[in-house]
Write a new protein. Structure first.
Length: 203
């Protein structure tokens, strides 16, 4: 068993306290200061708490195990491993509006197997902070390639962006799907079709 410690960057408490003061000033500037309504009294603190939750991630360990099927003298393989419907939430870097949905991961293992919960942990970790969906998708795939050295990886994210469904064009019910494909699942069309079929979102 191999363990890789993941330690995401974290802002200091002083930085978050300073941000709360600035957010209070912003609300006051646009006429919604904490003293204008009892419902806004604790809003700066609550808002910073929400951002802290969406931005921060606790250190965690990416655990891997040796794949017995990859040992010398062994025949066969694990085929395509699929983890579907991993819920995630992130923030649009353009509007700071939430987007949320499901992540689906397929990979063909070589010598290393992850604990299945570590795939979900990877999705949650890379969804922290303001960003775009395309980057999350690509970063998850590249991370799994780096840590597992798999034969192939496919990552699909299907998300609703509130910056599009609740403002601007207000295209309610619209979802955005992005994918990142690596290794044999990119190079072999038949394997890629099989992986996408296993990840079908209409089941």
């Amino acid at each position: 068993m191999k363990q890789i410690q993941i330690s995401p960057p974290r802002a200091s408490k002083e930085a978050w306290d300073a941000a709360e003061v600035l957010f209070t000033e912003l609300l006051e500037t646009i006429g919604y200061g904490p003293d204008t309504s009892q419902h806004l009294e604790e809003t700066p603190r609550r808002y910073m708490g929400m951002l802290h939750e969406l931005f921060s991630d606790e250190p965690w360990t990416f655990t891997t195990f040796n794949n017995p099927q990859a040992e010398p003298g062994q025949e066969g393989d694990c085929g395509i491993v699929v983890i579907r419907d991993i819920s995630f939430t992130s923030l649009c870097a353009h509007h700071f509006a939430p987007f949320f949905g499901k992540a689906h991961v397929a990979y063909v293992p070589d010598r290393l197997l992850p604990g299945l919960s570590k795939i979900a942990r990877t999705v949650h970790s890379f969804s922290r902070g303001p960003q775009v969906q395309e980057d999350i998708t690509r970063n998850i795939a590249d991370f799994l390639v780096e840590k597992l050295h798999p034969i192939g990886v496919l990552v699909v994210l299907d998300a609703e962006h509130t910056c599009m469904t609740h403002r601007g064009v207000k295209a309610h019910g619209t979802s955005t799907v992005t994918s990142a494909v690596r290794g044999a699942l990119f190079e072999d069309p038949r394997a890629r079709i099989e992986a996408f079929d296993l990840l079908r979102l209409d089941r």
